[in-house]
Design a protein around this ligand. Structure first.
Ligand code: SF4
Ligand code: SF4
Length: 394
C-alpha cells in the first residue's frame, strides 16, 4: 500500500516550512532513506512562468529553498530545475529564476540553478503511447529527482499536481507539439502519464500551503490549504490532494486514466495516510473547473454535434485593455491559430484546439475562457444524462 504523508504548514516562514519538511521526510522513513552524501539531487519545481511567489502559480521559493537546505545539510548537491512554458533559453531561465524567487534562495543556500538546456533521448518501456522521448539531460544525469509540484486547478485538465508537474521534463516549446498531437483530453492525459513514467522521480513533495483555485494553472486565485503532501507514489499523492479539495478523481482525466492503467489506487481507502488526519485538512469550497458539459462535446462522434462545436465550445477571448502585445500567446499556440494584427492577437477559432496554452502563458491575464452559458447548461444536463466522460453515448 502506498504511503502518503500529510503535514500541516500554515505559512511560508522558513522555520515553519523547514520543520514541516523535516517531519514529512521522517514520516516517509527518514532523509537517509533517500539522500546519501555526495549525491546530485535535482529538485523539479513548478516554474511554469515568471510569476511572483504570492501569485501561487509556482512552487514557493521558501519551500524549494528549505528542502534544498535539508538536502545540502545531508551532504548532497542540489540543482533546481524546470522547463517553463515558451522558449527554453538561458535568458528566459534567468528571468524566470529571478521573478519566481529561485535565484535568491539558490544564492542563500548554495544550490545550483539549471541552465543546461540540452535533452537526451530515453527509452520508456512502461509508456502506453510514448516508448521513446527526449527529456531534459540534467534530470537524467541526476542521482535522484525530487518532484516539487504545486496544488492547482487547470483550465484544460481540471487539476495539476504531482504527475503533471513532470511535463516540465520536456524542453520548452516541444511541449506544444505534445498538445497539438494529442488533442483529446483523454489521449493527452495518457501522454502526461507516459512522460511522468519516463522521469521516475524518487519522491514527490507537494506545496499545498497555498494552492491555486479557479482559472489555474497561472491565472487563478491563491487559496490557503495549509498542508504539505509527500509520497514515493505521485499517483497516490494526487489522489490524496484531490480528496483534500473534494474532487472526484474520476472527473480528472489524468487520475481516471492512471486508475484504469493500474498505476493509481481507485480509492483513498487503499492509500496509507500518515500524519495529519485528511479530514482535518479538507477544503470544501475549492473552486475546481469541471470537465463536463461543453468540454465533453469534443469527443462526440456524431457529425452534426461536431459541426456545432465551434459555436458551443468554450473559447479563448482576448482582452484588449489588458493585452501588452508581447505575442507569447502566438508562440505558445500549438496549431498556430493566433496572429498578431496591429500589435493585438486575433484567434482563428476554426483552428483552435481548445488547449488553453495561450491563457496559461499570457503574462498579463489578458485571456479568459468564455463559455456560452445557456448552451453550457443544456449540454451539461444532456451530457450527464446521455454520455459518459468521453462524450460517448451511454
Ligand atoms: S494576449 Fe497575453 S500573451 Fe497574447 S499578446 Fe496579449 S499580453 Fe501577450
Ligand atoms: S488559441 Fe489558445 S486555446 Fe486555441 S489552440 Fe491556440 S493556444 Fe490553444
Amino acid at each position: 500500500m502506498d504511503l502518503v504523508s500529510l503535514v500541516r504548514a500554515s505559512k511560508y516562514d522558513k522555520t515553519t516550512v523547514r520543520q514541516a519538511l523535516e517531519k514529512t521526510l521522517e514520516n516517509l522513513g527518514g532523509i537517509e532513506k533517500f539522500i546519501r552524501p555526495g549525491m546530485k539531487v535535482a529538485l523539479k519545481a513548478n516554474l511554469v512562468m515568471k510569476k511572483k511567489p504570492e501569485e501561487a502559480a509556482t512552487t514557493h521559493p521558501v519551500f524549494v529553498g528549505e528542502l534544498a537546505r535539508i538536502i545540502k545539510n545531508a551532504g548532497a548537491e542540489v540543482l533546481i530545475i524546470d522547463s517553463p512554458g515558451g522558449p527554453y533559453t538561458r535568458s528566459r531561465l534567468e528571468d524566470i529564476y529571478m521573478g519566481t524567487g529561485m535565484k535568491a534562495v539558490a544564492e542563500e543556500i548554495g544550490a545550483q540553478l539549471n541552465f543546461d538546456t540540452s535533452e537526451v533521448e530515453v527509452e520508456n518501456a512502461e509508456g502506453k503511447f510514448i516508448k521513446r522521448l527526449k527529456i531534459l539531460k540534467p534530470l537524467v544525469e541526476a542521482d535522484l529527482v525530487i518532484n516539487l509540484p504545486k496544488l492547482k486547478t487547470h483550465g484544460q485538465m481540471v487539476y495539476t499536481g504531482a504527475v503533471k508537474n513532470m511535463f516540465g521534463a520536456i524542453a520548452g516549446i516541444s511541449k506544444v507539439e505534445y498538445h497539438f498531437n494529442m488533442k483529446e483530453y483523454d489521449r493527452f492525459a495518457d501522454t502526461l502519464i507516459d512522460i511522468f513514467l519516463s522521469t521516475k522521480p524518487a519522491l514527490s513533495i507537494m506545496d499545498a500551503i497555498i494552492g491555486m483555485e479557479g482559472a489555474g494553472p497561472t491565472a487563478g486565485v491563491p487559496k490557503e490549504i495549509g498542508v504539505i503532501l509527500a509520497s514515493e507514489s505521485a499517483f497516490s499523492l494526487d489522489m490524496a490532494a484531490l480528496n483534500i479539495i473534494d474532487t472526484d478523481p474520476k472527473r480528472v482525466p489524468l487520475l481516471k486514466n492512471s486508475i484504469e492503467r493500474g498505476l493509481c489506487p481507485n480509492s483513498i481507502s487503499k492509500i496509507k495516510l500518515i500524519g495529519e488526519p485528511i479530514d482535518s485538512v479538507k477544503v470544501k469550497d475549492f473552486d475546481v473547473p469541471a470537465l463536463e458539459g461543453l468540454k465533453e462535446i469534443r469527443f462526440v462522434e456524431n457529425e452534426f454535434l461536431k459541426s456545432l462545436t465551434g459555436f458551443i465550445l468554450p473559447k479563448p477571448v482576448f482582452l484588449a485593455n489588458k493585452c501588452i502585445g508581447c505575442a507569447d500567446c502566438v508562440r505558445s499556440c500549438p496549431p498556430n491559430a493566433i496572429e498578431m494584427k496591429n500589435k493585438k492577437p486575433e484567434v482563428k477559432l476554426s483552428k483552435c484546439i481548445r488547449c488553453f496554452c495561450c491563457q496559461e502563458l499570457c503574462p498579463a491575464k489578458a485571456i479568459v475562457i468564455k463559455r456560452n452559458k445557456v448552451i453550457d447548461k443544456l449540454v451539461k444536463s444532456a451530457a450527464s444524462a446521455f454520455m459518459d466522460i468521453k462524450g460517448r453515448i451511454k
